[in-house]
Design a protein around this ligand. Structure first.
Ligand SMILES: O=C(CO)[C@H](O)COP(=O)(O)O
Length: 249
């Protein structure tokens, strides 16, 4: 099966002020001097997207949001629409991150609706799934991620560019990662669930791994079958660290 180009995306979460744009500039410059062998993206807080788009203009680093509302506009105080992300210069958006599923009660149906809105605005969604520690310990990881795929991916994704990110919740920010065998097993199950849901439309979209990806473990994780890239949190905040992961892809 033809593997699509790997995608390595950095999720800055709620980190970064204007001074942080220097990291984006450094990343752009480094990839201008030595091209990456993968797609590279940064997903900063919404307040930085437009300024970061100006910094990254003309370079190889793509730009994403960390969430969007399912509606195009309206009385949704504090929210950002998919079109607002496009308007600010983004071409990608992370959806369904576990910190939003847990912290904001987002359901699979919410994620599917947000994915529809993202596609309508021309954004490429990165749809996150992953099991909790309790679910892992109960031997339910495959069942959980398969169910999340079935509920979070709208049929309209067929034929569109998108990615899925498998992020075991218990590996996020902890320094812990599944074994390479566990990653391979889950990614194979996620692929099967994507094909079951979308048919041929689910066969090639990259399945990123996220959860304590660091320069020290990136090469072995990215070499696992069906790992189509990485979704990186803490290690994406500094260009030098993030480049260590990018160079491993
Ligand atoms: O931020 C992440 C990518 O969405 C994910 O939560 C992993 O975070 P990290 O463990 O700090 O890399």
């Amino acid at each position: 099966m033809k593997q699509s180009v790997k995608l390595v995306a950095g999720n800055w979460k709620m980190n970064g002020l204007g001074a942080s744009l220097g990291e984006a500039e450094a990343l752009k410059q480094a990839l201008t001097e030595q091209a990456a062998g993968c797609r590279v993206a940064l997903c900063p807080p919404a307040t930085l997207i437009e300024r970061m788009a100006r910094v990254l203009a003309g370079g190889a680093v793509e730009l994403g949001g960390q969430d969007c509302h399912a509606e195009a506009s309206g009385a949704f105080t504090g929210s950002v629409s998919a079109e607002m992300l496009t308007d600010a210069g983004a071409n990608l958006v992370i959806l369904g991150h576990s910190e939003r599923r847990t912290g904001f009660g987002e359901t699979d149906a919410d994620v599917a609706a947000k994915t529809e809105a993202a596609l309508a605005a021309g954004l490429e969604p990165i749809i996150c799934i992953g099991e909790t520690l309790a679910e892992r310990e109960a031997g339910q990881a495959i069942e959980i991620v398969s169910h999340q795929i079935a509920g979070s991916l709208p049929l309209s994704l067929s034929g569109k560019a998108f990615a899925v990110a498998y992020e075991p919740v218990w590996a996020i920010g902890t320094g812990l990662t599944p074994t390479l065998e566990q990653i391979e097993e889950v990614h194979a199950a996620v692929r099967a669930a994507m094909v079951a849901r979308l048919g041929e439309g689910g066969r090639t979209a990259p399945i990123l791994y996220g959860g304590s990806v660091k320069p020290s473990n990136a090469a072995e994780i990215l070499a696992v079958a069906e790992v189509g890239g990485a979704l990186v949190g803490g290690a994406s905040l500094k260009a030098a660290d993030f480049l260590g992961i990018i160079r491993a892809a």
